[in-house]
Design a protein around this ligand. Structure first.
Ligand SMILES: Cc1cc2nc3c(=O)[nH]c(=O)nc-3n(C[C@H](O)[C@H](O)[C@H](O)COP(=O)(O)O)c2cc1C
Length: 137
């Protein structure tokens, strides 16, 4: 199975970039930000994103629009201050483009301004890596 990793990170903390780094190390696959279109078809795309104003960033949606024909299935992984999932927002965008989304997902709480200092934790990074390995085969 061909896999790819794309992420979008916006805050200065770079929480999602860090999560993508952990997934990249676990899978032995390069993690690139969503400004990089897919060069070849990915059977499974690990889309690592974050929640902003209860939604996903438009850059993530634009990436999906540009690459819809290159994606077999999205696996959603995200950080958020509340610990909530972005799966619904990702699914909404993916459904509109005819891209499948795996029901399995990973999300964890992350720091924002003064809250959740130190999150994601090392344990979160480990769990994220294990989750991705479980879906990469
Ligand atoms: C502009 C902005 C809006 C945010 N809105 C939400 C939100 O609605 N719900 C939530 O749980 N977290 C929210 N957060 C927190 C982020 O989801 C969290 O800090 C995330 O880890 C940021 O990832 P990043 O560092 O990769 O950009 C927001 C953060 C920013 C910067």
């Amino acid at each position: 199975m061909k896999i790819a990793i794309r992420y979008f990170t916006k805050s200065k903390k770079g929480n999602t970039a860090k999560l993508a780094g952990a997934v990249s190390a676990a899978l032995g696959t390069e993690a690139l930000d969503v400004s990089h279109d897919l060069a070849e078809k990915a059977d499974r795309l690990f889309l690592i994103n974050a929640m902003y104003a209860a939604d996903i960033d438009k850059e993530v949606v634009r990436f999906l629009e540009r690459n819809k024909d290159m994606i077999g299935e999205i696996v959603n992984m995200n950080t958020s201050a509340s610990g909530a999932s972005t799966l619904k927002a990702v699914k909404k965008a993916a459904d509109a483009l005819g891209i499948a989304v795996n029901e399995k997902e990973f999300h964890c709480a992350a720091s924002w301004i003064f809250i959740n200092k130190g999150l994601p934790s090392e344990d979160d990074f480990k769990r994220a890596g294990n989750f991705a390995v479980g879906l990469a085969g």
